[in-house]
Write a protein that binds this ligand. Sequence first.
Ligand SMILES: Cc1cc2nc3c(=O)[nH]c(=O)nc-3n(C[C@H](O)[C@H](O)[C@H](O)COP(=O)(O)OP(=O)(O)OC[C@H]3O[C@@H](n4cnc5c(N)ncnc54)[C@H](O)[C@@H]3O)c2cc1C
Length: 469
Amino acid sequence: MSIHTDRHARRGASGLIDGLRAALRGDVIDPAHAEYDAARSVWNGLIDRHPAVIARCADAADAAEAVRLARTFRPPVSIRGGGHQVAGSAVCDDGLVIDLSAMRGVEVDADRRVALVQGGARWGDVDTATQRVGLAVPGGEVSTTGVAGFTLGGGMALTSRQFGLSCDNLRAVEVVTADGEVHRADRDQHADLFWAARGAGRGIGVVTSFEFDLHPLGPEVAAATVFYPYGEAGRILRAWRELAPAMPETVTPQLILWSVPRDPAIPEALHGEKCVIVTGVYAGPADEADAALAPLRRLVTPLHDMTATVSYVEQQSSVDDLFPDGNRYFMKALGFDGLDDAAIDSLLAWDARRPTPESLIALRTLGGAVARVGSTQSAFPHRRDRFNLSIDAGWSDPGQDASAIGWARGMWDALRPFSNGGVYVNFAGLDDDAGAAREHLFGDSAKRLADVRTSYDPEGVFAAAAQRP
Ligand SMILES: Cc1cc2nc3c(=O)[nH]c(=O)nc-3n(C[C@H](O)[C@H](O)[C@H](O)COP(=O)(O)OP(=O)(O)OC[C@H]3O[C@@H](n4cnc5c(N)ncnc54)[C@H](O)[C@@H]3O)c2cc1C
């Protein structure tokens, strides 16, 4: 950057910061602020971005003021919900972060079975509030994950084959568009904005609240968690490709290649051993679950079976500790219409090279209610996928950056020919940053999405946010 433009940028940044300080009720955090480093960190410790200013909004009016100032000063804009996107897209370099992390309110109307959730809430906030009245919305399986990014990208939950993606349960969103106005978008008003918010909602505006339909579920659920010997992975996967999609819709089965966690409830002799983990939560009364969950428990002889009836809130936070904040993560994802023998062999060959004990691969099963939503009803483009694969490298030593990232990239390259080429935006990482991957992120929705973005944001106030997963 030249001295000339640098001086302009500084003057622009100070005008923006002064404007935010004058207009917002919430905190305005610049690089001199004591909380700057904490406020710019996200879940993924690999991300080290330095925004010019962070506008920590107290309410929708603050978000609207921040957008109006962004329109005047034209900084790159990012929007922070829970800060969990692995690509770190909640934060930007040298720009404005519109940070909703202080807006975590959840209101539940038990009679109407509706929850109103603020744009910075975490799934733990929602589950705690809705479970007080025995209701639930399909949400994240780690309680600290943000509702906003999760839902705007679709949202694959442990109950999605029964209740749909998180975005399928939206009744409406409140969104600040690029003109600084606050709109309600639903099936009737701003229907194109609502269409985009269900699966491709990055860069359409700042969503300040989500209105969800709720389902009776809990306070206890039956949850299968079964650990199988790693040596049986090939046999299990060959059975899985038929069994998982044929399971009743009350079960959304997941298969994970990982290591046995160091959990005191599991025999110590197994801790750290490579294994196949099969999970499934029954999306109905816990005492009716046995028959539906049984096939997950007898794939071969298990190493350990933790299937139990647990509180829904406990289930939804049971793996939180396995994904600690500040560790280093790199993810890649692919959609599959099926898995033939060659795909399974390649998957296992790459899995055998998993670089660290924290790294894993997860195979989620779609179908059921997810597949029944028409492709023009929402922008989520992966409705017909049978499986979603995420390749999740995790590590803590920066010296392992190259090997961990190299493994995830190598596996993705090897498996891509067997996939349908689709990449689920919520699992998209740094390789999908900077707009390189619009087509595989948004598929058939890409063109309509571009039109919606242009009509609501002709000046490109959210252009930087739209370029990031
Ligand atoms: C440990 C872990 C477990 C996960 N498990 C699952 C899972 O089970 N199923 C699944 O589908 N996904 C899962 N994910 C992926 C998750 O859905 C995405 O990371 C999602 O983006 C998280 O939302 P967030 O609000 O925390 O994201 P952020 O990082 O805050 O934001 C992500 C993106 O959304 C945009 N955004 C955020 N808030 C708003 C807003 N209020 N208005 C407009 N745009 C906004 C941002 O611009 C950014 O591009 C998981 C992620 C992690 C880290």
